[in-house]
Design a protein around this ligand. Structure first.
Ligand SMILES: CC(=O)SCCNC(=O)CCNC(=O)[C@H](O)C(C)(C)COP(=O)(O)OP(=O)(O)OC[C@H]1O[C@@H](n2cnc3c(N)ncnc32)[C@H](O)[C@@H]1OP(=O)(O)O
Ligand SMILES: CC(C)C(=O)C(=O)O
Ligand SMILES: [Mg+2]
Length: 597
């Protein structure tokens, strides 16, 4: 990608007079049809410019959460194939309230009887908590404004959100009006709101929000002019502020350009202390989250968006991602995301749209690692965290989170670690070992992990799909458990072990070797070496290279797991044995290795 510094957004904020079709598109000599079509599109900076050479937002950090307004029941709902039924709307409203949203746009009551009735039912059934304001949207048209206020009768408080389009394009093609004509629609809308509010106050505390809809396609000086004109009608005060909402109705430029425009408005809006500066980013370029965060750095106080980014076309900005981005930086978002799966299920039910498996923070796969090096690092990271917590004498949940590849602890969002590591052909020893340890308690020695991961690799290469924890356990058993192994070269029967005064251990064991039963005995400095000695006596030569054991489960049913690494006939193999008696577990581990050799 080449960058032309002179084309960066500097200079006048007015619509560029030089917006000629200078976009050269492809540079190749015979551009394809598709490449030629790129010339139909005009770069944003040739249409709109923001003069802000001393921009401050790049050096700012977000330190507290903005005010949130959830617009799922309006912008989200108007974008659904089948708009929500009343049952689904109520569930969405309840979810938003339970999560902690204090401003909720509940519909466009003048648009349809369904929307009107829903607002009425929220009020009449007393479903709105005292600290929650419902918000309703309306165009600047008298009959719609009148009906909107009728819908609010009996509410304790409400925000009336009126809007009209201000973009250069809509002024020309939709309204056929010049700037003054568009400003008249806005100011007339403001006056009508004040007129119809008189019927409701003081019983209902009304606040106002004004949106120059299609702000992202509006020259900044004009956006400032129309917002200022509306504010002059409403006459807000710091105690009774007007919300000025600057929507990226269509996301037409990069997030830096939106941030520049918000900082410019933030600096230029008169009587700023009496205004709440709100943003409403859509996601047409896929940058809505970035645009919102930079806009907050640039001075926005409030954010409108939808859970999981539902909304017109590519959606509104995702409130879940925004909230959890803050959370992952140590900032309380003011919203409860502690049961992310329940939130997801409810939203999927209400919208009748699935949430993508890779959706930030909430997708089914976002805390899952398939690839070997990620699994290895996660396993080590979780173990390190546990050690850190134990050293500090505190619960893991209170310990500073730092695990590779996991920006947040899935458990903070109500997820378990179960799905963190899943195994397929991209996986390595760490992942397989993690599954065996967390699901079945087997803590394999490092070199054995390597050996077993090759066994799993052969399986995943052959089947080409993911292998479940249960299947990994089955394969482990077939590979190492003496009773399940394909080859049963050595089967151990009754056995006894005793110690002499000098510490020598003597074992007597009934064994079946290649189908032939026999009694063997041997001695050594422990049961393992005594058993190996006994086997040497019948011509089976085993050189034990490594040995580990651990308890498999707690309580009176405790089992011991033993692992041995043996050199047999010039081959190094691992064996594993499980038994309540550690001596027997060890002998079974030796038999397991021999059977595999
Ligand atoms: C970016 C957004 O999401 S904005 C919100 C959009 N949401 C919706 O529109 C959903 C609900 N809307 C509706 O159901 C309908 O639009 C209704 C019921 C509100 C109104 O329907 P209609 O009266 O048929 O009008 P419609 O919406 O088509 O608007 C067309 C007329 O209103 C004018 N108009 C549109 N928006 C506005 C506005 N905000 N303020 C004033 N006039 C407006 C248009 O210029 C046009 O005028 P014309 O007929 O003289 O050419
Ligand atoms: C009504 C306005 C705020 C809107 O939804 C938009 O511009 O996207
Ligand atoms: Mg919108």
């Amino acid at each position: 990608m080449a960058v032309n510094e002179h084309a960066a957004p500097v200079g006048s904020t007015s619509q560029s007079a030089t917006s000629s079709q200078s976009n050269s598109g492809s540079t190749c000599e015979n551009p394809s049809d598709f490449a030629r079509k790129a010339r139909r599109y005009q770069p944003y900076h040739q249409q709109f410019r923001v003069n802000l050479p001393d921009r401050q937002w790049p050096d700012r950090y977000i330190e507290t959460a903005p005010a949130w307004c959830a617009v799922d029941l309006r912008d989200g709902n108007q974008a659904l194939i089948d708009p929500m039924t009343t049952e689904r709307k109520k569930r969405m409203f309840q979810l938003l309230v339970d999560m902690g949203y204090k401003e909720i746009e509940v519909g466009f009551p003048a648009a349809s009887q369904t929307d009107y009735d829903f607002v009425r039912s929220l009020i009449e059934e007393d479903l709105i908590p005292d600290d929650v304001s419902i918000q309703v949207l309306v165009q600047c048209r008298e009959h719609l404004i009148e009906r909107t206020f009728q819908s609010l009768r009996g509410a304790k408080q409400a925000i009336v959100h009126f809007y009209n389009s201000t973009s250069t394009l809509q002024r020309e093609v939709v309204f056929g009006l010049d700037k003054d004509g568009i400003t008249d629609i806005a100011t007339q809308g403001a006056r009508l709101c004040l007129k119809y509010a008189a019927d409701l106050t003081p019983e209902t505390a009304i606040r106002y929000e004004y949106s120059p809809e299609s702000y992202s396609g509006t020259e900044l000086e004009y956006a400032l002019e129309v917002c200022s004109a509306v504010a002059e009608v409403i006459k807000p005060t710091p105690e009774w502020p007007l919300i000025i909402n600057l929507p990226a109705t269509v996301e037409m430029a990069g997030p830096n350009v939106y941030a520049d425009s918000i900082e410019w408005m933030h600096r230029h809006l008169p009587n700023r202390e009496s205004l709440v500066l709100s943003v409403h980013p859509h996601n047409d370029r896929g940058c809505a989250v970035a645009a919102t965060e930079l806009a907050v750095q640039a001075g926005a106080d409030r954010v409108e968006g939808c859970l999981f980014g539902n909304g017109e076309r590519t959606g509104n900005v995702c409130l879940v991602t925004l909230g959890l981005n803050l959370f992952s930086q140590g900032i309380d978002p003011g919203i409860d995301f502690s049961d992310i799966d329940e939130i997801k299920r409810t939203v999927e039910h209400c919208n009748q749209l699935p949430v993508h498996e890779r959706h930030p923070y909430a997708g089914d796969l976002v805390y899952t690692a398939f690839s070997g090096s990620h699994q290895d690092a996660i396993k080590k990271g979780l173990e390190h965290l546990e050690r850190k917590a134990a050293d500090a004498g505190q619960p893991v949940d209170d310990t500073t989170w730092a695990v590779p590849y996991l920006p947040v602890d899935p458990r903070d969002l109500g997820r378990s670690y179960e799905a963190v590591i899943r195994v397929n052909s991209q996986s390595g020893k760490g992942g397989v070992a993690y599954v065996l340890k967390t699901e079945y308690g087997f803590d394999l020695p490092r070199r054995m992990q390597l050996e077993f991961s090759h066994v799993i690799q052969q399986h995943t290469d052959a089947v080409g799909t993911e292998v479940s924890a249960e299947a990994i356990h089955d394969i482990f058993r077939t590979e190492y458990h003496p009773d399940y192994q394909r080859q049963q070269r050595l089967v151990i029967g009754a056995q006894s072990a005793s110690s002499n005064r000098d510490g020598t251990v003597v074992v007597d064991v009934d064994v079946t070797v290649n189908g032939k039963e026999q009694k063997i005995s041997g001695s050594g400095n422990g049961p393992l070496s005594a058993f190996v000695d006994a086997l040497t006596g019948i011509g089976i030569n085993i050189d034990v290279r490594d040995y580990t054991e651990h308890a498999l489960s707690a309580g009176h049913t405790a089992q011991a797991a033993a692992y041995v690494e043996c050199a047999i006939d010039g081959q190094t193999v691992w064996g594993a044995g499980v038994h309540p008696d550690i001596v027997r577990a060890t002998m079974r581990a030796v038999a397991s290795a021999l059977n595999r050799a």
